[in-house]
Design a protein around this ligand. Sequence first.
Ligand code: DON
Length: 319
Amino acid sequence: MTLTPEGLEHTPTLDTIIEGITCRIAERSDRGRPADYIPELARADLSRFGIAVATADGRLVTGGDRDMGFSLQSISKVFTLTLALGQVGDALWRRVGREPSGNPFNSIVQLEYEQGRPRNPFINAGAIAVTDAILSGHQPREALGAILRFIRFVSDDDGITINEDVARSEKENGFRNIALANYMRSFGILENPVDYVLGVYFHHCAIEMNCRQLAMAGRYLAFGGRHTPGGARVVSAERARRINALMLTCGHYDGSGDFAFHVGLPGKSGVGGGILAIVPGKASIAVWSPGLDANGNSWLGAAALEQLAKEMRWSVFGD
Ligand code: DON
């Protein structure tokens, strides 16, 4: 309840806000377009929408198709970045930058200008270089196993798996990623055989999760590197803070500025239509709607987050 000049006013709870957003999104006729570079994503049902919010007091508030699995795609890059920093520490930044790209996620031209060193760990070239760091000293199967184990650990769910059909399609249609990887290899940015690196990259993009699992997985970023406030440590508070900073500045590629403007939260999108957004100290949010905008980010997912951040006053830039 809030005291206003007119008297006591009911303050909406997170549950009613999520319910309202889910209803409003269902009524929208503008739903974006699915990713069309592989058949598995192209045939997505645009009417779908799911949301889950894991809060500091241990609740999971959900709406819509919260149990429906979707392809994680570029959201997996948050987890591979966390894992790579755990393995090689700040040495990772010798081969990947930390600046927004202002270019599409699969841009080739920028890589040439910058001598094969990707702008940030979330564009495809950067994520491929991060995957290479995880792979060094291991077999591809071991590296992929470590990625999947880490995602299962942070989401507290051993049921998370890789969609092998998506991984196969990614490989069959991955011409641009193959070009990016070969180009980086020519500059010595990649240490491992391109086939191995891309095999692991395509498979981690093909991990499937639902909104509940993804919201749970993002908790360590929301709660200062811990599973829950005061709970087990996953990464240092500094590392969680820095990953959030990269999500805010680079998580939506050339749509990152617009996402910060409208939503005001660190977020990472994937072409499967998911977005993981972090409210530092307060919540980890997963939304999913497979229709994308022109930058490859979920159209209604971002709209839902804008509404949620506004109603909860969760923007990191203030009320
Ligand atoms: O490598 C690719 O192009 C895709 N597997 C992932 C791209 C992606 O999710 C970009 N995010 N919006």
